[in-house]
Design a binder for this molecule. Structure first.
Ligand code: PLP
Length: 382
């Protein structure tokens, strides 16, 4: 349903053909009250669904107190949340830069790598996605997003994710940094083989190249641990967070190794809204909610979700960790399935060439997973 105002928007997004006016729990509602189970969380943002009480309380209290405070003024809230964030990421001596989006976190990290190494060469991986601003796009190999914009910035080499020997051959001290997602989201929920990230970490250290871990999609509990890299024993010199970081308030963050941090010139990356109190209050609430017990539940739910999908579609490949789930079905079938699911009242996302991707709220109930599985069976037969 489109009202007369729809022509006011620049049409850059895919039109999913449905209008939503409000959300509650894991559901989105049309203006006429039809409900959809949201298997997307708004591309991974709504980790706690819609209208979560704790997040709402934190945001509304902060709204009454102070919503904007430039980074040139001190804020006990911003400082406390930065400390909590780095502690929870097990990077207690890293320094935190707050941004307004994932792509801005990528931009800042690339700039920091260049500024502190004096080099402008990067390694990145095929199937990777880091955003659409110029630096982030330069790190993103996908031709469909780069078309008409090349040449892009600096010098990026794209390698096969998981190919240890080509990585080992390509990496040398002429590179400023390697940027990698522990789980490629947009690329199709692709996991590098076990041990690959650890090897990337070791080789970066050996050859004096910075490692940028892009956990914008896989981080903040999505994979069943706070960071997906934790499961592989790999941490970045620069860690990127975004999406659900601040409970739905637009935000991103770069956590920077202290030895890198001390070499970054002042004012080399700032932004008006970065670290605004509303986003910080959202992050504090999110960190409180992401308990170990909560994350264990995400792991269990993820297992049974993936098992259910495999059982219902044995010819498809089901991948993922926690509640970051991909089902490879091939392109024509993928597009058909997404539409059929939507007709069944379930929202899912495309990824890669032929993957259906689920990023449901981490608070999803077992019964709601079952509802998605039942809809999946019907959509599979449709
Ligand atoms: C891994 C990864 N990095 C970066 C980005 C860019 O984030 P944003 O869309 O907030 O700019 C995304 C967004 O999907 C992402 O998944």
């Amino acid at each position: 349903m489109h009202n007369d105002d729809s022509g006011a928007l620049l049409r850059l997004y895919t039109d999913r053909g449905v209008t939503f006016s409000h959300g509650e729990g894991c559901r989105l509602f049309t203006p006429t009250g039809k409900s959809y189970l949201d298997g997307t969380s708004g591309y991974g943002v709504a980790l706690f669904g819609y209208g979560n009480r704790e997040i709402l309380a934190a945001l509304s209290q902060q709204t009454l107190r102070l919503t904007t405070l430039h980074g040139s003024f001190r804020s006990p809230l911003r400082e406390r949340v930065s400390r909590k964030l780095r502690e929870r990421c097990s990077l207690p001596d890293y320094k935190v830069l707050w941004t307004n989006s994932g792509a801005e976190a990528v931009e800042a990290a690339l700039k920091f790598a260049v500024l502190t190494s004096g080099k402008r060469r990067f390694l990145s991986f095929r199937g990777g996605y880091h955003g659409k601003t110029l630096g982030a796009l330069s790190a993103t190999p996908s031709g469909k997003y780069r078309q008409g914009l090349e040449p892009l910035l600096w010098e990026f080499t794209f390698l096969e994710l998981g190919d240890e020997s080509s990585f080992e051959t390509a990496l040398n001290d002429q590179f400023a940094a390697v940027i990698v997602e522990p789980i490629q989201g947009e690329g199709g929920v692709l996991l590098p083989p076990p041990g690959f990230l650890k090897r990337v970490r070791e080789l970066c250290t050996d050859r004096g190249v910075l490692l940028i871990l892009d956990e914008i999609q896989s981080g903040m509990g999505r994979s069943g641990t706070l960071l997906a890299g934790d499961q592989e024993g790999a941490s970045g010199d620069l860690l990127l967070l975004g999406k659900g970081l601040s409970g739905g308030i637009p935000a991103g963050a770069v956590l920077v190794h202290p030895e890198v941090a001390e070499r970054i010139p002042r004012l080399s990356h700032t932004s008006t809204f970065g670290g605004n109190p509303l986003a910080c209050a959202g992050t504090e609430a999110v960190l409180t909610l992401l308990t170990e017990e909560f994350l264990e539940r995400v792991v269990r739910l993820g297992h049974s979700f993936r098992e259910g999908l495999s059982a219902r579609s044995p010819e498809a490949t089901v991948r993922g960790k926690g509640l970051m789930v991909g089902v490879d079905v091939g392109k024509p079938r993928r597009d058909h399935l997404l539409k059929a699911l939507q007709r069944e009242g379930v929202l899912a996302l495309p990824a890669g060439e032929g993957t259906v991707r689920f990023l449901p709220p981490l608070t999803i109930a077992r019964e709601e997973i079952q509802e998605i599985l039942d809809a999946w069976s019907r959509a599979w037969e449709a």
